[in-house]
Design a protein around this ligand. Structure first.
Ligand code: SF4
Length: 489
């Protein structure tokens, strides 16, 4: 074997082809699956990312907000490149690049210098600070570091600097999202509550959602209703800005003034009950108006509930245009049900999305069969089970709580299904199992524009259905014999 300089390289070990073949076949067996499921001290291919990545997503989602990573440069590059690859857009964020001396003496100097530099260079309206593992392990005290920065005049007096501890050895990206959003809202609304004032707006907390199409769809629904809605953490323009020759560091995002006034809103809904749990608890205790937590509007029943809740909270009737859209979605589902009914699926994803996928599959008479909950709590597992129990199509499902994608691979090889719903990380499994992967989650690195097509609402249900059924039809066309190759399907 020669390397790229043409020099001979002696392999450390020689593995005969016959041995490679034996192992490749063995990892598809029941025997291997049993050993794989006995694994305790090792996680292989976990379908989640770390807390600060979620914090960065929401730190981008407010007007003029600059995400600031207190911690390692390499970690910051990881979050940014993950967002870059998913959205194919820039994710301008800064890091105070802690190194060995920061790890020994604490990172206050890095933070102070970083704040001073980024404010001078990038002129943000707000700096949203969160942490990587390193400062969390050494116990850096963000509260006093930022207070000291203000006392030293490194941060303009009026500039908001929300901050969140986002230790990655605990929780996942959805918890980092929640912690950062909570801090942003606490900071911006501080002292803004006015007795008797009502903005008349409906606040929406979308939860961790990396689909810009969903955000545009929420806004379209508000406009169909003729109501003023305010998304708390709006990434639609941030990560889907026009290419017109001008680079904008801070395109879009929820206006800071509106976010500050959101505490005087008419009502607040979260559709990310599990990825904004702490934020919503605080909103319930502090915001004016009615506060409601409900499932992400994936599928017909969840969308019905969402629209009826908007109608109830705002006093506006569900508009005829959305009723007609519902009818079209139900029609599309009826037309296509024979291509998905009874098909078995493996599903995984963030808990809010996962429950939405399951809901949608049950509505279509499809069978969620292997249900992987990688990071959720026991409560989440119980809620998923209750959802499965609500339909006869959920009866064959098994929940694999606290398992990873390598476990799922064993399941796919020993107890096959027709397709997977998840994110790009499932593509190797799909290839090995010879089944399609429907990329509805985060991240999606290997297909274009999927983050632009909504999957929420009635239009989202049509989109998911179209993608799934047409793929099954493609497979039929590609694999059927000549006699069954039909123009009509
Ligand atoms: S898990 Fe910790 S060390 Fe790894 S990228 Fe995330 S913050 Fe950095």
């Amino acid at each position: 074997m020669a390397n790229n300089l043409g020099l001979a390289v002696k392999p450390v070990t020689e593995t005969p082809e016959s041995e490679k073949k034996r192992v490749a076949e063995w990892i598809n067996t029941e025997e291997y699956k049993e050993l794989n499921f006995k694994r305790e001290a090792l996680v292989v291919m976990p379908p989640h990312t770390c807390q600060p990545l979620g914090a960065e997503l929401v730190a981008h989602a407010f007007e003029g907000s600059l995400p600031f990573v207190h911690g390692s440069q390499g970690c910051a590059s990881y979050y940014r490149s993950t967002l870059n690859r998913h959205f194919r857009e820039p994710a301008p964020a800064v890091s105070d690049s802690m190194t060995e001396d920061g790890a020994v003496f604490g990172g206050q100097n890095n933070l102070h210098e970083g704040l001073e530099n980024c404010i001078a260079l990038y002129k943000p309206k707000m700096v949203s600070v969160f942490t990587s593992c390193m400062p969390e392990i050494i116990g850096d005290d963000l509260t006093s570091f930022i207070k000291n920065a203000r006392n030293a005049g490194l941060v303009p007096e009026e500039m908001p600097v929300p901050y969140a501890n986002t230790p990655s050895f605990n929780g996942s990206h959805i918890h980092g999202y929640d912690a950062m959003l909570l801090s942003i809202l606490q900071t911006l609304t501080d002292g803004k509550k006015v007795e008797g004032r009502c903005t008349g707006k409906l606040n929406l907390i979308p939860g961790f959602d990396a689909n810009t199409g969903n955000f545009r769809e929420y806004k379209r629904i508000f406009s169909e209703f003729g109501i003023e809605g305010l998304i708390l953490g709006d990434i639609s323009d941030v990560f889907d800005s026009p290419l017109d020759g001008e680079y904008r560091t801070y395109p879009g995002g929820t206006p800071l003034e509106d976010a500050a006034d959101s505490i005087n809103g008419k009502a607040t809904i979260t559709v990310g009950p599990r990825s904004s749990a702490k934020t919503f608890k605080w909103v319930e205790d502090n915001y004016a108006g009615t506060n409601e937590s409900m499932p992400m509007p994936l599928g017909i029943a969840n969308t019905d509930a969402f629209l009826m809740k908007i109608a109830e909270l705002t006093g506006h009737e569900v508009p005829e245009s959305l009723k007609a859209e519902r009818g079209r979605a139900v029609d599309a589902m009826t037309d296509a049900h024979q291509y998905i009914h009874g098909k078995k699926f493996a599903v995984y994803g963030d808990p809010d999305q996962l429950m939405g996928y399951i809901s949608f599959l049950l509505e279509m008479g499809a069978v969620p069969y292997h249900v992987l909950i990688n990071k959720g709590t026991k409560k989440v597992a119980k809620e998923v089970q209750a959802l499965l129990d609500s339909s006869p199509y959920g009866a064959k499902a098994t929940i694999y709580h606290k398992h990873d994608l390598w476990h799922l691979r064993s399941l796919l090889m020993t107890d096959p299904v027709d397709a997977i719903i998840g994110d790009t990380h499932g593509k190797g499994l799909a290839r090995d199992a010879g089944i399609p992967l429907f990329r509805f989650g985060f991240p999606i690195f290997d297909r274009v524009n999927l983050h632009r097509r909504p999957i929420i609402g009635y239009q989202g249900a049509i989109n998911m259905l179209t993608e799934i059924c047409n793929k099954f039809l493609d497979i039929t066309d590609e694999t059927c014999d000549e006699r069954h190759f039909e123009i009509m399907r």
